[in-house]
Design a protein around this ligand. Structure first.
Ligand code: NAD
Length: 361
């Protein structure tokens, strides 16, 4: 039976990069018998403009019954003044919450051809391959109570709550141990257990769960040290497991080690294997509509989707190989361009990946 994919281009460059990913999916249907149907929906600022909400009911209905979701990005200057409840980012947070996408997988992989783009010395990053497993539906981004309140002395106070249940820690820890078991068997759990009780519990639960994974070597690190170690000696890490907010920050830091934010994919999974796949970058309003954005992170998100939600590992390998071939040919979008390479537009890069995929066949 055909699998159901819902694409949500979102805002800004999301629209341009998802169009290129769709070309790749069409190529897989035409040349590799990928059995998939593709529907599309609105999310973010464009959804707000059309319906008054960043996450319309129709979109929720579509995604709930999908096997996988491919998202571009949301946000833009024109929606920044909106009330926080209807800002584009609420659409994204709502999708994660509604679908219970609690496990966010963010690989930080360095393509040798792009080693020069890293902010670190090549010897520190060559062959870098880290997987960050970030808890995505709990912690301080969702904890209650939250808000801004008026105090008696006429000043206001902003407050948020960091809260984790045992069950939330257990399920994300299992995901991380499973992934580490299939990689280099090293898991580093990152917390701030010396200061925050919620992460003291995190450390205790992760330590308990480690007993079920004797082949995985577990270590613990405070988040401030982890940030330092990521830029000092990133190759010491294999899999990093961490909370929602720490993962948000550390994964962006790890992303930059690899050169361009336009190269990195991510997956957000729930307990049923349903996943939402998206590039880690935002809607890049500064270059939106200019056919300049790098679509490779979105195309690599398609590869993750094939691997984790559609059980099409061989096709996932082919998409990743096609991206490698394109880079090896010296084809580059502006964000990763160097004078010795050929500069491509967003759509030319999508076409180049499609051509490489056909060549591999
Ligand atoms: P951003 O990731 O959109 O852009 C940061 C910088 O990276 C910009 O200079 C941009 O031009 C560049 N960039 C990003 N993706 C690129 C690509 N594919 N190719 C080439 N260059 C690329 O982050 P920002 O500027 O902090 O945020 C812009 C908007 O995106 C905001 O509204 C923010 O809320 C939103 N945002 C959305 C998501 C998401 O949808 N998942 C994530 C982060 C930010």
């Amino acid at each position: 039976m055909a699998k159901r994919l819902v694409v949500l281009p979102g805002d800004g460059i999301g629209i341009e990069i998802v169009a290129e990913a769709e070309k790749v999916i069409q190529c897989l249907k035409d040349n590799y018998a990928l059995n998939i149907t593709v529907e599309s929906g609105l999310v973010g600022g464009s959804a707000y403009d059309a319906t008054g909400t960043p996450l319309p009911e129709e979109t929720l209905r579509l995604v709930k019954s999908a096997d996988a979701i491919l998202l571009g990005a949301v946000g833009g200057y024109q929606w920044e003044a909106l009330d926080i409840a209807v800002r584009p980012e609420k659409g994204l947070l709502g999708l994660r919450k509604e679908l219970e996408l609690f496990a966010n997988l963010r690989p930080a992989m360095l393509y040798e051809e792009l080693a020069h783009a890293s902010s670190l010395k090549p010897e520190l990053v060559s062959n870098l391959n880290i997987m960050i497993v970030r808890e995505l539906t709990g912690g301080i981004y969702f904890g209650q109570p939250r808000g801004i309140r008026q105090l008696d002395n006429a000043e206001r106070e902003g407050f948020n709550t960091l809260v984790y249940k045992e069950s939330e820690i257990e399920r994300i820890a299992h995901v991380a141990f499973d992934i580490a078991g299939k990689r280099n068997k090293k898991l580093c759990s990152v917390d701030k257990a010396n200061v925050l009780e919620a992460t003291e519990l995190w450390r205790e639960i992760v330590t308990d769960i480690a007993q079920s994974y004797p082949d995985v070597e577990l270590s613990h690190m405070y988040v401030d040290n982890a940030a330092m170690q990521l830029v000092r000696e990133p190759k010491q890490f294999d899999v990093i497991l961490t909370t929602n907010m720490f993962g948000d920050i550390l994964s962006d830091c790890a992303a930059m080690l690899t050169g361009s934010i336009g190269m990195l994919a991510s997956a957000s999974m729930n307990a049923n294997g349903q996943g939402m796949y998206e590039p880690i970058h935002g809607s890049a309003p500064d270059i939106a509509g200019q056919n300049k954005a790098n679509p490779l992170a979105t195309i690599l998100s398609v590869a993750m989707m094939l691997r984790y939600s559609l059980a099409e590992t061989a096709l996932a390998d082919k998409v990743e190989l096609a991206v490698k071939k394109v880079l090896a040919k010296g084809l580059r979008t502006a964000d990763i361009h160097t004078p010795d390479c050929q500069l491509l537009t967003t759509s030319e890069m999508g076409d180049a990946v499609v051509a490489a995929l056909i060549e591999i066949n």
